[in-house]
Design a protein around this ligand. Structure first.
Ligand code: ZN
Length: 167
């Protein structure tokens, strides 16, 4: 054990706060080292002098000050607890929000897949080619569009023409 480590432990040795094995080690060093021994004696004398001072009653404001500090510490503790609670809640909300976005995305994706599947496997019309992206026959495409009511733009144009001839 070196002098520096021993010097740090001297006041603990005086207060009898060292564990017995460690105290023995420090004491052995004190026996062999004059410098540390002198420091130990100096500390010991200082301690005796402090003990010999007469006791004075603590001033009134000290009690008040101590109470104030305790109240402040409790307040800080409550604020800290509140903050921890709110942070926990907030993190849960964020997690739920993320799940919500994932669910929404999955819902949209599955709806898209569903309607795409409906489009792919729609019942084939007689005479037309079955399967996805089938080209409508060139000669009968317009007629079929009118029959099925898909070509609403053409209907509107026809109606307009009819109205003009009627006027
Ligand atoms: Zn020493």
């Amino acid at each position: 054990m070196n002098c520096r480590a021993v010097t740090k432990q001297l006041s603990f040795l005086l207060d009898e706060r060292l564990e017995s094995e460690f105290a023995v080690e420090v004491s052995e060093h004190l026996w062999s080292c004059r410098k540390c021994n002198r420091e130990f004696m100096r500390l010991s004398r200082l301690r005796q002098q402090l003990h010999s001072l007469r006791r004075v009653p603590a001033p009134q404001y000290l009690r008040h000050l101590v109470r104030l500090h305790i109240a402040e510490a409790q307040n800080d503790y409550l604020v800290k607890r509140l903050r921890e609670f709110l942070e926990l809640r907030w993190s849960r909300i964020r997690t739920t929000e993320r799940l919500w976005y994932v669910a929404r995305f999955l819902g949209t994706a599955s709806a898209f897949v569903f309607f795409f599947a409906l489009y792919l496997y729609r019942p084939a019309r007689p005479g037309s080619r079955a399967g996805p992206f089938a080209e409508p026959p060139a000669e009968s495409g317009g007629v079929r569009a009118q029959e099925s009511g898909i070509g609403s733009g053409g209907d509107a144009a026809q109606a307009y023409q009819l109205k003009r001839t009627h006027d």
